[in-house]
Design a protein around this ligand. Structure first.
Ligand code: 5GP
Length: 192
């Protein structure tokens, strides 16, 4: 998506450790208009698929997830990163290795909100090694729900998670795929 690529070039900052900071428009301060356009693009890509639930992971997936869910006119459901007092009763859980924090944490989704008759679109802000998506897919499978695919704002293609999932038959659509990123020059190369 050209608009997103242009914005990444304009406002994205490349940090060491393969981290791209886009917190001026994607996951801290949010450019609602840009995210709404991504929601529209994702809706067009999955047009004709009866998505009943958009699933993401807190906290940075919630912004883009809301905009996508609004276009599908379905609820956004986000996996929580730790058990809170708000969640009572049965939950689906999975373990995720965090790319940004280099630790493993549990994700939790209440069984009340994900059922076997759901068709789920997983959404996230970033895709790197694919661990967050693998945890979310595990939860969809535990629920016996149908996975329509995954829609991502920014995929760092060179970290391999997206292509690994595609090779396993998972539909992964990314609004921008970065194939090279250099933290010394700040140079970013997008997949054509
Ligand atoms: P993965 O599990 O695919 O390795 O990493 C995806 C998760 O890590 C996303 O949920 C995202 O929040 C975070 N993440 C991965 N790479 C980056 C990055 O370059 N910048 C930011 N801001 N978050 C990232």
């Amino acid at each position: 998506m050209q608009l997103l690529e242009e914005r990444i070039i304009k406002d994205g900052k490349v940090f060491s450790g393969n981290v791209l900071k886009v917190d001026s428009f994607l996951n801290h301060q949010i450019d609602v208009e840009l995210l709404d356009k991504m929601g529209e693009e994702i809706k067009n890509l999955f047009n004709g698929v009866n998505i009943t639930k958009v699933l993401t992971i807190e906290a940075s997936g919630i912004g883009v997830g809301c905009m996508v869910a609004n276009h599908f006119k379905c609820p956004l459901l986000f996996a929580k990163k730790s058990k809170t007092l708000n969640i009572k009763g049965d939950v689906y859980t999975s373990k995720v290795e965090s790319f940004t924090h280099q630790c493993t944490y549990d994700i939790i989704v209440s069984k009340d909100f994900l059922k076997e008759n759901d068709t789920v679109l997983i959404v996230d802000d970033f895709l790197a090694k694919g661990n967050a998506l693998i945890g979310l897919i595990d939860i969809v499978n535990q629920a016996g729900a149908k996975l329509a695919g995954c829609a991502i704002a920014i995929e760092k293609g060179y970290q391999g998670g997206g292509d690994k999932l595609r090779a396993q038959g998972v539909r992964v659509e990314s609004m921008a795929i970065i194939d090279e990123m250099d933290d010394t020059t700040g140079n970013i190369v997008f997949r054509k």
